[in-house]
Design a protein. Structure first.
Length: 133
């Protein structure tokens, strides 16, 4: 909650059920208030057919860090988790591209190469899909 007495303006931010970082909304609002250029993000999440999501499911390993990520789907949503960590729902931005703004994660699946690109903050890692027997 912020109050700007000069303009008799109060700014309140309450998010419910949207997978975005609250600071993005506040920075955007303050940018607009101060007359700065700001492009309102597209928060529309795309829904993919469960058959397409199924191609992303599985175990992926980064050879450098030996980190393993697991992906599975439930109710037409793809989830990512690593060992002993809770699952993170990923928002579909477009075919093969997913993100979690709350965790600063972007995942770009490359099914034809059997891998994915994992980006988080300034890190970029390639994970290879483990073939199932």
């Amino acid at each position: 909650l912020m109050y700007f007495p000069k303009d008799s303006l109060t700014l309140a931010c309450c998010l419910n059920g949207v997978n975005i970082v609250h600071s993005e909304v506040i920075v955007g609002s303050l940018s607009i208030y101060n007359g700065l250029k700001y492009v309102i993000p597209n928060y529309k999440v795309k829904k993919l057919d469960p058959g397409i999501l199924q191609t992303y499911e599985g175990k992926y390993i980064n050879k450098e860090t030996k980190t393993t990520l697991f992906f599975d789907q439930k109710n037409a949503v793809i989830y990512m988790h690593s060992k002993n960590k809770p699952s993170i729902p990923l928002d579909c931005i477009q075919l093969d591209l997913f993100r979690s703004d709350n965790h600063g994660i972007v995942i770009f699946f490359q099914p034809e190469q059997n891998n994915l690109i994992f980006k988080q903050w300034n890190n970029r890692l390639v994970f290879d899909k483990v073939k199932t027997e």
